[in-house]
Design a protein around this ligand. Sequence first.
Ligand code: FAD
Ligand code: NAP
Ligand code: SF4
Length: 680
Amino acid sequence: MTAYPHLLAPLDLGFTQLRNRVLMGSMHTGLEDDPRLFPRLAEYFAERARGGVGLIVTGGFAPNIAGWAAPFSGRLASRAAAARHRPITAAVHTEGGKIALQILHTGRYGYHPLAVAPSRLKSPISPFTPRALSSSGVERQIRAFLRCSSLAREAGYDGVEVMGSEGYFINQFVAAHTNRRTDEWGGSYANRMRLPVEIVARIRATVGKDFIIVYRLSMLDLVPDGSSWDEVVQLAKALEAAGVTILNTGIGWHEARIPTIATSVPRAAFAWVTRKLKGEVGVPLCATNRINTPEVAEQVIAGGSADMVSMARPLLADPAFVNKAAAGRADEINTCIACNQACLDYIFERKIASCLVNPRAGHETEWVFRPATQLKKIAVVGAGPAGLACATLLAERGHRVELFEASAEIGGQFNMAKRIPGKEEFRETLRYFGRRIVTTGVHLHLGTRVDAQALLAGGFDEIVLATGVSPRNPAIPGAEEQAAAGKVLSYVDVLLRGKPVGRRVAIVGAGGIGYDVAEFVLNAGHSTTLDLDAWMREWGVTDPELARSGLTAPQVEPAARQVTLLQRKAGAFGKGLGKTTGWIHRAALRMKRVETIGGVNYERIDERGLHVSFGERREKPLLVAADTIVLCAGQEPLRELVDPLTRADARVHLIGGADVAAELDAKRAIEQGSRLACRL
Ligand code: FAD
Ligand code: NAP
Ligand code: SF4
């Protein structure tokens, strides 16, 4: 008997059956944009099909040039292009999977000068103002959707997903926010919803009855003048009548100022929205957003919120998610921590999407983990992310691995990250590696700070140093004296050692850790990520039956402490934070009225607080009155073992923070550890 009977139950669509209730949500990887990368795309999908996914949805393909996401991004508009998709669909079918092509017309979100939209309104997230379509222009877009659908069928896809949410082209017609037309495509709601209904009805007429049409319906726009709940229901019913097979959920436009997928968003935070539609239509409903474990997915379906779940990033993180759940090995799933660091952030940096916890994602054809030909005895020192990734992969390849960790638990700095309100997911990575240590047979020595002598005496063929970093001491005059009095603390003192923090806090350094420490002291242990109602109140999200679009005035809980965040750089704060998540951290601190002071010189610390000045001439002295000063001034590599080991001719490798501390993050640590493990 499986623990996930609802999740793993087949879904009968009438003309075809899905083997379970897992839809792999559409995710742009960058592999869609160049047919030369299609062999990689095929293997990437094949691996997910092999891992048991019920229905894969591709990243978005534009039906025409006007619908491009960016110049020359993926498009399916010709028979020649369709032929190039055949290896992709064949690869998925060979693994027993099913795959639908997402048709994505970006409308005014298009990052190019040919963008079109219902009205000539620039979006806040693209520098290009779209051209407003004439009626015949609208008809041309519809025909492009039809042609794209029949080409998808010709290419061997099992269906299409029509992207009708997240503020893209179709959504732009539906919502008054972006539709100011006065013709038959604008004005009344009946006119505004005409476009999606027309598209779906005509696709159905074009492709026939035995082809899956998923429609991604924006159920909660989260922008002003978005749809009311009545309108969402009306559209859902009309789409059902027009012939959709599955209604997938869309939450929030890209321009919405409410986080919808970041790690601080509670798990399954929007399943209640899909649930509201249950009973209104007969077609299967799919819930989305922050569903990342089989337990949560099962609960969503068993609790009656939806018939299926969409998971996108969780399948980047672990392609075998479904099979592991089915085999009773859910504790072996490499869980997506919703950090966005190597998936969405990479897309914005125009790189191929991958995954922080699974750097092989998107690189399946290059990274093939082969058993080692020459088995070695290898020491890995440090069980932070770098050491964990390296040790477990080395052991999986057949080496004998001894993993030494000075502290009583594995995880290194992740043991601090996991304590930050909104970063609870980081625990999952430690659970995953804990299990990997057992399944791969790594010999773990906790509470063992090894020195060079012990390592040299151990008879190791290779020694991997993953000893991480130590916090940088910015050596501010008076700090040592005040540290002795408990007034100056490092972030390790605060996050790991639980040292007491006063009511007024000054934070030296506004990097990722400075921001996280601010969250920690502001919220005093309460995490809205674990409290959906509180999270919704704080971000101003409500039932769309009460307020159009689901938007209401935020009700922010008062901060537990008064915080000042400082940096030496002049200019904006939080620039180094994640591309797609930085704004959330900045907004969260603004909500709690954190004061930011940039361009400072740190002059001294005394019992009154932190004294700073400004500019090269050290002018305008200012006292930041504080009970506690927390130092978050970056880090230095911890590599005291390198010299004695290399002097003794040991074969030494450095990874993670021990290698380079500057701009270190877990993404680099895990990737570097994994790459080394492939080589040894
Ligand atoms: P560490 O994690 O520092 O691990 C080194 C390990 O080596 C430690 O466990 C240490 O005890 C052990 N060790 C050292 N010397 C010895 C010895 N002689 N013998 C045995 N063991 C030894 N990164 C992100 O990518 N995203 C985030 O959101 C993020 N948030 C963070 C939040 C906080 C509060 C902190 C502190 C860090 C965060 N990071 C984040 C950074 C991330 O945790 C680090 O980049 C990562 O942990 C570095 O991995 P590492 O393995 O190189 O080193
Ligand atoms: P960081 O991002 O490099 O920030 C260090 C901060 O300290 C900066 O604000 C820097 O700004 C200041 N600083 C540096 N040297 C100083 C000195 N001598 N005296 C005073 N101030 C000094 O490092 P971090 O915050 O320690 O984070 C470490 C790594 O963890 C980061 O690289 C980051 O990627 C990762 N991390 C990521 C996240 C995330 O959400 N993605 C969260 C936490 C951590 P000024 O020089 O302007 O003062
Ligand atoms: Fe999830 Fe982070 Fe991996 Fe993206 S990079 S799939 S958010 S764990």
